[in-house]
Design a protein. Structure first.
Length: 361
C-alpha cells in the first residue's frame, strides 16, 4: 500500500499526461505514422524508467540493502540517457542523417550503458553500504555527461530550425530542452525523483501538439512551409526585404513514380527539400507550392549571397544525384509578385530544358 501511495503522489501527473497523449495518438493513428512510431518508442522507455525509479526509492528507504537494488539503479541510469537520445531523434525529424552521423549520435548512450553495466563489479560507479546508504562515485555521473551532450545537440537543432525560418519550433525546443536540463540538475543536486520523466513526457506531449498545429502551414512530407504560408507571407510582409525569388522543379519525377513507385517519388521530393533547407542562409524560407514545385524567398541577404546559396544547392543536388531545375529572379523595389514569379518561372524552364538536353546528349 505504501508503494502504491508513493506512485500516486509522485507519478499521478505523469500517468494522466501519458493517458491523454496515448489517446490523442490513437485518435490520429492514421496520420504522422513516423512521428507516432518515434514517440511510442519514447513511451516504451518511460514505462520501465518509472517502474525502476519507484522500486529504487522503495529499496532505498528500507533498513537493510537488497541484492536487487543495484540493478534498478543501473536501469534508471541507462534508461534516462536512452530516453534523452530518443527525444533528440524525435525533434530532428525531417533532417537528413547519414549512417555515420546516426552512429555518432548513438555513441554517448552506448558508452553510458557499457560503463553503468560494470557497476556490480566496479565500485567507481556506485556502491551501497551495510546501512543501505548509496555512495555515488565519479562514474555515476557519466549519464549526466551523456545527457549534456544530447542537450547541446538539441540546442544545435533548435538553432538550425530558427535559421530555416521555423522560429516557433526553435523556441519550443529551446524551452523544452532547458526544462529537461533543469530536471537533470535537480535530480543531481536535490536528489528529486520523477522530475526528468515528467519533463520529457510533457515535452513529447506539447511537441506532438505543435506538430499538428504546424500542419496548417507546413508540408507533411518535407517539413517546408506550404502554399498557403507562401502567399500569407507575401501578403503580410508586403514583399519588403525580399532580395530574390527562386523556383525549383524536380525533373522526371513522374517517371520515377511510374517505374519505381510513389514511395521513391516521395523520397526524392523529401531529399530535394532537405538539401535546399540545409543550404539556405538565415531568414530565407523554403515553400512547397505543390507536387514537385518549390519556391524560396531570399530575405535579409544580398543578391550575391542568394546566388552563392543557389550554387551550393546545385552542388548538393549533383552530389545526391538529384536533377532539379532552378530559376531565380531578383526582386526589384516596388515590383509586383507576378512579374518576379514569371521571370523566375521562365528561367526555371530554361534550366529544365537544358538539363533534359544534357541527359539526352
Amino acid at each position: 500500500m505504501e508503494l502504491f501511495r508513493q506512485i500516486i503522489s509522485v507519478d499521478f501527473v505523469v500517468l494522466v499526461t501519458l493517458l491523454y497523449l496515448a489517446l490523442f495518438m490513437w485518435f490520429n493513428r492514421a496520420y504522422d505514422r513516423e512521428i507516432n512510431r518515434q514517440i511510442v518508442g519514447a513511451l516504451v522507455l518511460l514505462a520501465p524508467l518509472a517502474i525502476s525509479d519507484n522500486v529504487d526509492y522503495w529499496y532505498s528507504v528500507q533498513a537493510t540493502p537488497d541484492p536487487l537494488h543495484p540493478y534498478f539503479i543501473m536501469a534508471g541510469f541507462i534508461l534516462r540517457v536512452w530516453l534523452v537520445y530518443t527525444a533528440v531523434m524525435i525533434i530532428r525529424h525531417g533532417d537528413r542523417l547519414s549512417r555515420v552521423k546516426h552512429a555518432l549520435l548513438l555513441v554517448p548512450a552506448i558508452v553510458n550503458t557499457a560503463i553503468i553495466l560494470t557497476a556490480p563489479v566496479n565500485p567507481s560507479v556506485f556502491w551501497i553500504d551495510a546501512s543501505n546508504t548509496l555512495h555515488r562515485e565519479a562514474l555515476s555521473f557519466v549519464p549526466h555527461i551523456a545527457s549534456g551532450i544530447y542537450f547541446v545537440i538539441a540546442l544545435y537543432i533548435a538553432a538550425k530550425r530558427c535559421r530555416q525560418g521555423f522560429i516557433e519550433e526553435g523556441v519550443l525546443l529551446i524551452v523544452a530542452m532547458s526544462t529537461i536540463l533543469v530536471a537533470v540538475i535537480s535530480e543531481i543536486v536535490l536528489s528529486t525523483r520523477g522530475i526528468l520523466i515528467s519533463a520529457i513526457l510533457l515535452m513529447l506531449a506539447f511537441y506532438y501538439l505543435y506538430i499538428h498545429m504546424a500542419h496548417f502551414k507546413r508540408d507533411n512530407l518535407t517539413g517546408a512551409f506550404n502554399r498557403m504560408k507562401f502567399f500569407a507571407d507575401l501578403s503580410s510582409r508586403k514583399t519588403g526585404g525580399i532580395t530574390a525569388l527562386a523556383e525549383f522543379d524536380i525533373n522526371d519525377l513522374k517517371a520515377a513514380n511510374d517505374t519505381r513507385g510513389h514511395a521513391e517519388g516521395d523520397r526524392i521530393i523529401h531529399e530535394v527539400a532537405a538539401i535546399i533547407l540545409d543550404s539556405l542562409p538565415a531568414h530565407c524560407h523554403l515553400y512547397r507550392l505543390g507536387g514537385d514545385e518549390f519556391a524560396v524567398l531570399f530575405r535579409a541577404c544580398s543578391l550575391d549571397e542568394a546566388q552563392k546559396a543557389l550554387g551550393k544547392i546545385r552542388g548538393e543536388f549533383d552530389k545526391a544525384g538529384c536533377t532539379c531545375a532552378v530559376g531565380m529572379s531578383e526582386w526589384g523595389d516596388g515590383e509586383e509578385f507576378q512579374a518576379v514569379y514569371n521571370r523566375a518561372d521562365a528561367l526555371m524552364y530554361e534550366d529544365k530544358n537544358r538539363l533534359k538536353a544534357g541527359a539526352q546528349a
